[in-house]
Design a protein around this ligand. Structure first.
Ligand SMILES: Nc1ncnc2c1ncn2[C@@H]1O[C@H](COP(=O)(O)OP(=O)(O)OP(=O)(O)O)[C@@H](O)[C@H]1O
Length: 576
């Protein structure tokens, strides 16, 4: 939590004024039992109605002033805590943006969503409560004890026993419940993950009749969450009864011994009532404090989870270079091997090749052979484990990331579009692109008719994740988006898989015509890569062959097998 306190720096004034007004309110509250005592001892004893009304008016005045102080404190505490939450959320969002794929894979996106939403909300409420009650409650407890000692040292000894006892109970419950709140948050994470997976794959779930299985799995997660919450709820529920028992026992002791003292003439009746009032005030303050502690422990658990995200350091640190070396080599892999974090096996091994500017390279291989891994190393989504990847003659680690990624247009396997118009989506990589440039890119990506079919044209609104478009339309639009960026290197990672063969062929032909652009076409289809200048064949993360279609047919058995399993002999030879 301490690490997060810097987010209150901008709200120092509010963080001081809020608690101060709460303390002022507490002062008024502490004076009330004394006024009540004098009403009883003077007003009622002497049947002085004027005195009773006078004191009554003071009580009303204190109530009004107390309310005003309380509202002012609420206002400042809310301002500080909401500001705190907003800044923290902003910084976490920026931090997550800076993380590389490795850290995001490691953390998991479901837990990041919980941490930036519900965890930060919980910390925000914790800050609000602390600002309002953290000083007030102990102030009332200490203040009421001091008042009790000024009334009767003998009777105040009851306070001296009861208050430490209460503190021990509260501390004990806090120590037990903090780790349990962490378990509750973990349960919430698991529910979120399960719900997200289910909703994202709802069509598959229904098509395979998996509803029952999914329901059972969800119930299992839900029960884990319930059990964790019940356990922590039961322990926290002990707080109120235990504190009430201790405080009420103390109140009984005050009345018992206080009564004897009144008979002995050591104390007045009004003072006994004041002492009971102080004990009640202590009880209420402690109940508020215990609730504060419960919320604070939750906030603390959440703050730790928030800090865990900040503790994830981006494994990719930027270089300084803003220019390539100006060679005629677009991309070079020098003895590159790569293993995913926490994975012992290499996903890519001993990759060695170079690609000239303007070349079109096909990358083919079975599923899991390392095709996506290879192309993800070019824009430095991951850092190589061994060797070096060069873009325009310079190690990708030497580049500042913005420069490097500006050079590269990558179309990932999963076509992702954002909510907004088609135009907005097209301009993501190139703010300055005009409609003419966008239409040209759409033409190359065979997506002109996607826009042509829509009455609003480029203003057609794409819904969340492009759900109002077909898979093939989404793929073509993501290809167009990458072309609008006018990158030096275009990477199509199996991004035409949803297109029919004729459209795919037209697309490849159009992409081939993109002069000055080095193109990588990743595919499992031989037909998609066979016209490339050179083809890299991957098998189990290693290069099984590099060459033209014809060369590979003669020299690479893996390629030969792929081709003959997908194409007729005529097709395989005809396209050469
Ligand atoms: N984020 C990841 N974390 C750990 N392992 C991964 C990750 N992504 C891929 N792998 C593993 O790396 C290997 C290569 O995967 P990759 O996605 O590069 O294959 P691919 O050839 O592109 O497959 P496909 O054609 O099915 O997309 C596989 O064994 C895969 O399980």
């Amino acid at each position: 939590m301490r690490k997060l306190l810097k987010y209150l720096n901008k709200y120092k004034k509010e963080s001081i004024i809020g608690p101060l007004f709460k303390l002022l309110e507490a002062c008024f509250e502490l004076l009330v039992p004394l006024i009540m005592a004098s009403m009883i001892d003077v007003g009622i004893a002497k049947k002085d109605t004027g005195y009773i009304f006078g004191m009554g008016s003071i009580l009303i005045l204190f109530a009004v002033l107390g309310l005003a102080c309380s509202l002012t404190a609420q206002y400042f505490a809310a301002k500080a805590s909401v500001g705190f939450g907003t800044e923290l959320r902003h910084d976490m969002f920026v931090h997550i943006q800076e993380l590389s794929y490795s850290e995001i894979d490691q953390a998991g996106s479901a837990t990041l969503v919980t941490r930036i939403t519900s965890d930060i909300n919980q910390v925000q409420s914790g800050v609000n409560l602390v600002l309002r009650l953290f000083l007030r409650s102990p102030f009332i407890v200490v203040g009421a004890m001091i008042m009790a000692f000024t009334i009767s040292v003998k009777l105040a000894l009851i306070f001296a026993v009861a208050v430490p006892l209460l503190s021990i109970v509260i501390y004990g419950i806090m120590v037990v419940s903090i780790p349990l709140y962490r378990r509750v948050q973990k349960g919430l994470d698991r529910i979120l993950l399960s719900t997200r997976e289910n909703l994202e794959g709802i069509r598959v779930v229904r098509a395979f009749g998996m509803q029952e299985k999914e329901k059972k799995e969800f119930e299992k997660e839900n029960e884990f969450f319930l059990a964790a919450q019940m356990l922590v709820g039961k322990i926290s529920a002990l707080l109120n009864p235990v504190t009430y028992i201790i405080v009420n026992a103390a109140a009984i002791a005050i009345v018992w011994y206080g009564g004897k003292e009144v008979y002995a003439g050591g104390i007045t009746q009004g003072e006994v009532i004041a002492l009971v009032n102080y004990m009640t005030q202590i009880l209420l303050a402690l109940v508020a404090l215990s609730n504060l502690i419960v919320s604070f422990t939750k906030a603390l658990a959440c703050a730790n989870r928030v800090n865990e995200v900040f503790a994830l350091r981006p494994s990719i640190t930027e270089g300084q270079e803003t220019e390539g070396a100006g060679t005629d080599e677009a991309v070079a892999f020098e003895n590159v091997s790569f293993a995913y974090p926490k994975s012992k096996a290499y996903a890519a091994q001993d990759l060695e090749f170079s690609v000239k500017k303007g070349e079109m390279i096909g990358i083919i291989g079975g599923t899991g052979s390392g095709k996506s891994t290879l192309v993800n190393l070019i824009p430095r989504f991951y850092d190589v484990t061994e060797g070096c990847v060069k873009v325009d003659g310079r190690d990708v680690k030497e580049y500042c990331l913005e420069t490097l990624r500006k050079k590269i247009g990558i179309v990932p396997q999963k076509a992702v579009l954002f909510q907004g118009s088609i135009r907005d989506n097209m301009k993501i990589g190139n703010e300055d692109a005009d409609d003419e440039a966008i239409m040209e890119a759409l033409k190359i990506a065979q997506a002109r008719e996607v826009v042509g079919e829509k009455p609003e044209g480029l203003d057609h609104m794409i819904s969340e994740s492009g759900k109002n478009l077909s898979g093939g339309q989404r793929q073509r639009l993501t290809i167009a988006r990458a072309i609008v960026k006018k990158p030096e290197i275009l990477i199509l990672d199996d991004s035409a898989s949803a297109l029919d063969f004729a459209t795919d062929a037209r697309l490849r032909k159009a992409v081939r015509g993109l002069k000055d652009m080095t193109v990588f076409v990743v595919s499992q289809r031989a037909a998609s890569v066979m016209q490339a200048d050179r083809i890299i064949v991957l098998e189990d993360g290693r290069i099984a062959g590099i060459g033209t279609h014809q060369e590979l047919l003669k020299t690479c058995p893996v390629y030969e097998e792929i081709c003959y399993s997908q194409l007729s002999e005529k097709e395989a030879g005809y396209h050469a």
